[in-house]
Design a protein around this ligand. Structure first.
Ligand code: SAH
Length: 254
């Protein structure tokens, strides 16, 4: 019998963010592969084997999971957020394309999850209410010059920009450099949202401006949304402000 590989998005936080489809897929898997921190969010089940690995071992993890599925097992790979956003689904596709013919015959299913940018946006209001893009600041898989080029293009085109992987221990300077680059195109008053560990007990959301943003601490569990020139903040007495991007692009000159 053909094995199967299901790539499952766990959402950004605790079990409230796990979809029913993801839960059903996890319940029927015989083996679960994933980065250890994500695997820890999946309750252990009798008869189900667990294969945790390091964050950076995505290719090796994908290969191991594909090999296991090709042996006829029902295998699941888990990702935080959505598995197709800077995560394991693309890694599995890369390995299938380069791998043996048998891997193309597998039954492959991708189960979507709530990606971090949507969870952070929802906490702050509606910052993604008009055109937006997402850029990973990690330069493990692309040169930093390309990140800068994309930041320029995004800001010039008027996109709201979600920044994934804003800092790493090896490269603490990336976020500040990226914010300075965006500030070359956008007013200092542009709203910026920092969402940390959204959906978990240690969640923290900070709304600031591009001029002040470099002073806000961020780590690998933080997603940063930088508004466009259109993004606005509604101040509210005694309550968190609402950040939103209007649906009509009134102030843009074409
Ligand atoms: N597949 C994931 C993204 C993986 S890249 C998704 O769809 O969300 C990892 C980056 O995602 C982190 O560096 C951070 O920028 C962001 N992230 C993941 N979970 C988060 C959370 N709960 N709160 C804020 N940002 C998060």
């Amino acid at each position: 019998m053909n094995g199967s590989l299901t790539i499952i998005g766990l959402g950004p936080g605790d079990e409230r963010y796990l979809t029913q489809e993801a839960e059903d897929a996890l319940a029927t898997a015989e083996a679960v592969y994933g980065y250890r921190a994500y695997l820890d969010r999946v309750p252990a089940r009798d008869g189900q084997s667990r294969h945790g690995s390091d964050n950076r071992e995505e290719g090796a993890r994908a290969k191991a999971a594909l090999g296991h599925a090709a042996d006829g097992a029902k295998v699941a790979v888990v990702s935080g957020g959505d598995p197709g956003v800077f995560a394991m689904a693309a890694s599995v596709c890369e390995e299938i394309e380069a791998g043996p013919e048998a891997w193309r015959k597998l039954d492959i299913t991708i189960v979507p999850g709530i990606t971090a940018m949507l969870a952070v946006a929802a906490r702050a209001g509606a910052p993604l209410g008009h055109d937006f893009c997402a850029i990973s600041l990690s330069d493990n898989l692309k040169p930093w010059g390309l990140v800068l080029k994309r930041l320029d293009a995004a800001a010039e085109a008027g996109f709201v920009t979600a920044l994934y992987n804003p800092v790493s221990q090896a490269r603490p300077w990336q976020l500040v450099t990226a914010l300075m680059r965006l500030a070359e195109h956008l007013p200092g008053s542009t709203p910026v949202i920092f969402g940390r560990a959204v959906g978990r007990s240690e969640e923290a959301v900070t709304v600031t401006t591009l001029a002040e943003a470099s002073g806000v601490r961020a780590d690998m569990a933080t997603l940063v949304i930088v508004g466009s020139a259109e993004t606005r903040v509604i101040a509210r007495d005694g309550q968190a402000p609402l950040v939103y991007t209007p649906r009509a692009a009134d102030t843009v000159t074409v």
